[in-house]
Write a protein that binds this ligand. Structure first.
Ligand SMILES: NC(=O)c1ccc[n+]([C@@H]2O[C@H](COP(=O)([O-])OP(=O)(O)OC[C@H]3O[C@@H](n4cnc5c(N)ncnc54)[C@H](OP(=O)(O)O)[C@@H]3O)[C@@H](O)[C@H]2O)c1
Length: 306
């Protein structure tokens, strides 16, 4: 049973007023957790939350008090904001703070980890849940939980195979949650899907399902071949046939979705290209590999202005 007594309530800081952060914030609050938000401009926020079953719920959140130490934080921001965000939180982090970072793409942890203190924990969560902010709302946020999914949680610092205290709450908020000793293979699997679907859909301005058309087959095959070569050399080998099948499955299951990179491009926002294809190319350079398909795709995205 949910424990609503304030004595036992876990106090969560959730960063931002984005789709995944507010999805978690609303569902944490529904289970009785105390949740406050870290916003660019601190102010109370009312959120109109539409659950998967279509039911609507109103949530009120207060901003995090400037002097309160942070013990548990859920940080679901775009990859390019991750480092600066954690730097902002740093002065308030408790000695044993537990941070859960969640974003698409790779390549942020190298800079985030070193300044953390030895007792401060950093976890990474990757999710297949879908959520979006209904456009047009100004005074309050309308968040829609648009697709069910699951999440995987793994320790970054300190390396640990133990389930963290926060796992139960995360399981209810953005689960089912699978805790793993090494999250890197899961991040590479997600990267594979992201680096094939995101830049292509954003470049051609098409929904995911369009990638099933024969005109994309040769390019997708080349991108997959190159990715598998890289992943093997990086120590995260992929089964090419299984990866192709998984790609086709994602394309079919999300046929009418606009990828996050396409949404960002259409809205004129910065994309996560640097942490998806950009990361793939930086890894290739580190391992002395040439990936002409990814290189060209990256260049075309840059030429198109994102
Ligand atoms: N949405 C999905 O369905 C989904 C699914 C799976 C994975 N993901 C991934 O999860 C990550 C988050 O996605 P999202 O859709 O939730 O993104 P989002 O809607 O852009 O949310 C991120 C939020 O964080 C805020 N933020 C960033 N840095 C901040 C700071 N220092 N202080 C306060 N607020 C800050 C942003 O504010 P501003 O808007 O002012 O910058 C924005 O409100 C991304 O990597 C995305 O690719 C998303």
């Amino acid at each position: 049973m949910t424990d609503l007594s304030s004595k036992n309530r876990q106090s969560w800081l959730v960063v931002g007023k984005g789709a995944i952060g507010l999805l978690a914030a609303c569902q944490l609050q529904q289970q009785g957790a105390g949740v406050k938000l870290w916003l660019r401009q601190p102010a109370p926020l009312t959120v109109d939350f539409t659950a998967l079953d279509g039911s609507r719920h109103t949530h009120h959140f207060e901003p995090w008090p400037v002097e309160q130490p942070i013990e548990t934080a859920f940080i679901a921001v775009k990859a390019y904001d991750a480092l600066s965000c954690i730097q902002q939180l740093q002065p308030l982090l408790a000695e044993n703070a537990c941070l859960i970072l969640s974003h698409n793409g790779l390549g942020t942890l190298e800079a985030i980890q070193p300044p953390l203190k030895p007792m401060q924990q950093l976890w990474f969560l990757t999710t297949t849940h879908g959520a979006y902010i209904e456009p047009g709302y100004q005074a309050e946020r309308q968040v829609v939980h648009s697709g069910t999914g699951s999440s995987v949680l793994g320790a970054i610092q300190p390396a640990s195979s133990q389930t963290p205290k926060v796992a139960k709450a995360l399981h209810q908020a953005i689960g089912p949650l699978h805790c793993v000793a090494d999250i890197q293979p899961y991040l590479w699997q997600k990267l594979l899907i992201n680096c094939l679907i995101n830049p292509l859909t954003a470049l051609h301005q098409v929904e995911n399902g369009e990638l099933a058309q024969p005109r994309f087959a040769a390019e997708l095959t080349q991108l997959l071949d190159e990715f598998c070569l890289l992943a093997e050399r990086a120590g995260y080998p992929q089964d090419k046939a299984a990866a192709w099948q998984q790609l086709q499955q994602v394309i079919a299951q999300t046929a009418s979705n606009r990828s996050s990179m396409l949404q960002d491009r259409l809205a004129g926002r910065q994309t996560e290209l640097e942490f998806i294809t950009g990361f793939v190319l930086r890894e290739a350079q580190r391992l002395d590999l040439r990936l002409p398909g990814h290189q060209q795709l990256y260049q075309r995205c840059q030429d198109a202005g994102f």
